[in-house]
Design a protein around this ligand. Structure first.
Ligand code: GCB
Length: 666
């Protein structure tokens, strides 16, 4: 054996030994739970105590206790340091372990981590979490049109690491930050910062191996630690990747794999692996968003994280389903509103090529109390550090719809500076619904929530809504962070020509589609709109709402709360954005009917659409943007068979859709 191979073998052996040293053991079973004054019940994590009542105005917002009894897993018994890591607990958690108070975390959406090494027993450990989702004037958010589901609603795990390791204690991040300092087609220059815990001298080095998307090693570098100062040993490395295969959004979401090794001499002490897409982007106030040097208008949706019957306590399965539905529609960006989402979902965005707007829950107003401001800074720091390496994220959002007299611009200015100092490579952004407030001019780019055709005016008024904000003389990039309308899949109206009472119980599905067509037509004409985000991808819980066909739901989703039904407006976007041939007959659920004469509207991305009604072809006209209409079609008494066929030049087999409408005659 040559010495080269021998060294490679030894390295592999040490790497394997070290991979065993760092381990993550989920703590999802053996939990019991009890609301204040209630009885104990067995639960599994993720869990929310509002899964059933989260759409009721009187949903439980108060204290509860969780307990988990467990024996130390083998990895923790053999390992050197063990931590308990919570991915999110809503919203104020105090954690105890074997009778000792570990600490407290305030904020419902970010991870936190406590060391338990010296307290961990081989058998019979008790982890206790006292938690409340009661309104709290010092925790963001104070306001918001959504239910604050209580509970340990994201995973909990024991993380065991070597005595000296990439830290898990820097705001519960992974301890390594990869900054895409300067990326272009010829070269990616990255600045890597690894923070190491437990080192008592500076005799360590960082070895980075970068694998291209095809698995080839494309860069390696070893850098010695420069200085041991403060709490961590910092290892800083500059690395260049020549001719990088770029992450190009939904067109080509290729990622590199970064393998980091913490070295002491030739010994590998700890390892960590991260998938990161290399990309660069700019926003031009007049030409919009550019990805990797090319115009790339961001057109997508907002997402809330809750699901019918589960609240926020969703798993990988639900995250994946959500992503699939968004992908199939053809969106290329997602605003993850109104708070930090699960790490799992940001990862799915990286893999799918979605450009992500990430945000903290600073909504409506604050208190300008130092504790509230500190909580905002804490949540922003956690959001950024915990999600730093997700290439999908291109901006950090600092607030949503601030109003009120509490001089929020002072806090926004601090948050803006904080975001820039935490992450010099990304843009700051915010979503406003008003004018003339100083905080609306502070972030790098800006976006507005506007609802023409729903809360005010008609759908085409979107043109004024945008042009009011956009000033061709100014260098201020403008996006539309929210627009939309409510819709029930059980309510229909073929003649609706103005918004229904928005807080009433009649939200016909047809009006939502008309609003999106009218709004989007104006957005689409304006390339300077750097991004537009439909409100909302999915119906979501908002306990105080009392409208549409169901209490406690905001029904502006393009898809129902249970994800089972895609509303007509979903297919309008699919017709505009997706490249997969599709055709969709709208108002398909409007049956039985009482009127014999009706228009038939079809959404399709095909060049032409053929329609038959009871096997008789009818004339279809194209109205642009994927909208096709057959005017004044006559239905017969009883059942009618409606069949649509989309025709494209390349497709041998046309795409089809069909539905049945019953005409009732008195
Ligand atoms: C908004 C808010 C969002 C609401 C939405 C609505 O502007 O930012 O949280 O849910 O309007 O549906 O009214």
């Amino acid at each position: 054996m040559t010495s080269k191979y021998f060294i490679a073998l030894i390295t592999l052996f040490l790497t394997i030994a070290c991979v065993q040293a760092r381990s993550v053991t989920p703590l999802d079973r053996q939990w019991t739970f009890c609301k204040a004054g209630g009885t104990w019940e067995a639960v599994t994590i993720p869990h929310s105590w509002n899964a059933a009542d989260g759409t009721r105005p009187d949903y439980y917002r108060g204290p509860a206790t969780y307990r988990c009894h467990f024996d130390a897993p083998a990895a923790a018994r053999q390992g050197e340091r063990t931590f308990v890591r919570f991915e999110a607990v809503s919203q104020d958690a105090t954690v105890w372990f074997n009778g000792k108070r570990l600490g407290r975390h305030r904020g419902a959406f970010t991870a936190f981590c406590f060391e338990i090494t010296s307290l961990l027993r081989d058998k019979g450990n008790t982890l206790t979490v006292e938690v409340t989702n009661a309104p709290d004037s010092f925790i963001m958010p104070l306001d918001g049109d959504f239910t604050i589901f209580g509970g340990i609603y994201r995973p909990v795990a024991l993380v065991t690491v070597p005595a000296v390791s990439f830290t898990v204690q820097d705001h519960a991040s992974c301890g390594i930050y990869v900054s895409q300092t300067s990326v272009n087609r010829d070269n990616a220059h990255l600045s890597i910062l690894a923070k190491v815990d437990g080192a008592t001298d500076k005799g360590y080095a960082l070895r980075t191996t970068v694998f291209a998307p095809d698995g080839r090693v494309t860069a390696t570098k070893r850098t010695a630690a420069a200085a041991l100062d403060g709490r961590f040993l910092s290892l800083e490395q500059q690395i260049d990747i020549e001719q990088p295969e770029l992450w190009d959004g939904i067109n080509h979401p290729a990622q590199h794999r970064f393998f980091f090794e913490l070295m002491r001499g030739d010994q590998v002490i700890d390892t960590l692996s991260q998938h990161i897409g290399l990309r660069y982007y700019t926003v031009d106030a007049h030409k919009g968003f550019f990805l990797n040097g090319k115009s790339f208008p961001l057109r997508g949706v907002n997402r809330h994280q809750d699901r019918d019957g589960m609240g926020w306590a969703i798993t990988h399965k639900e995250h994946t389903e959500d992503m699939e539905i968004i992908k199939q529609m053809g969106a290329n960006c997602i605003r993850l509103a109104h708070y930090p989402h699960a790490n799992d979902f940001y990862t799915l965005c990286d893999e799918a090529g979605m450009l992500v707007w990430a945000e903290i829950p600073y909504i409506g107003h604050g208190t300008r109390h130092y504790a509230f401001d500190a909580n905002g800074r804490q949540q922003l720091t956690e959001l950024i550090r915990q999600n730093y390496n997700h290439c999908s994220i291109f901006c950090w959002s600092l607030f949503n719809e601030l109003g009120g007299p509490d001089r929020p611009h002072e806090l926004v200015e601090q948050l803006n500076d904080l975001a820039h100092s935490e992450d010099p490579t990304r843009l700051t952004v915010a979503a406003a619904n008003n004018d003339g407030r100083p905080e609306n001019d502070m972030t790098d780019i800006m976006a507005y929530n506007t609802y023409p055709g729903w809360y005010w005016a008609d759908p085409a008024t979107m043109q004024w809504a945008i042009d009011w904000k956009y000033d061709p003389q100014k260098n201020r990039a403008i996006g539309i962070s929210e627009y939309g309308a409510g819709a029930s899949i059980h309510q229909h109206d073929q003649h609706i020509d103005k918004a229904p009472k928005t807080d009433g119980d009649w939200h016909p599905e047809e009006w939502q589609a008309i609003v999106h067509e009218g709004n989007y037509r104006e957005i689409d004409k304006r390339p300077y709109v750097w991004g537009s985000f439909v409100w909302n991808m999915f119906d979501f819980a908002s306990a105080s709402r009392h409208e549409g066909d169901r209490l406690g739901i905001n029904d502006k989703g393009l898809v129902t709360y249970d994800r089972l039904t895609r509303k007509d407006a979903y297919y309008f976007y699919q017709a505009n954005w997706s490249k997969t041939p599709m055709v969709h007959i709208t108002s398909r659920r409007h049956t039985p009917r009482t009127e014999a004469i009706t228009d038939v509207k079809i959404y399709s991305n095909c060049e032409a659409v053929h329609l038959t009604v009871n096997d008789v072809p009818v004339h279809v006209e194209s109205r642009g943007l994927g909208v096709f209409v057959a005017r004044q079609v006559k239905l017969r008494a009883g059942e009618n068979d409606i069949q649509a066929r989309g025709i494209t030049a390349e497709q041998d087999t046309p795409v089809t859709d069909q539905c049945k409408w019953t005409l009732q005659v008195e």
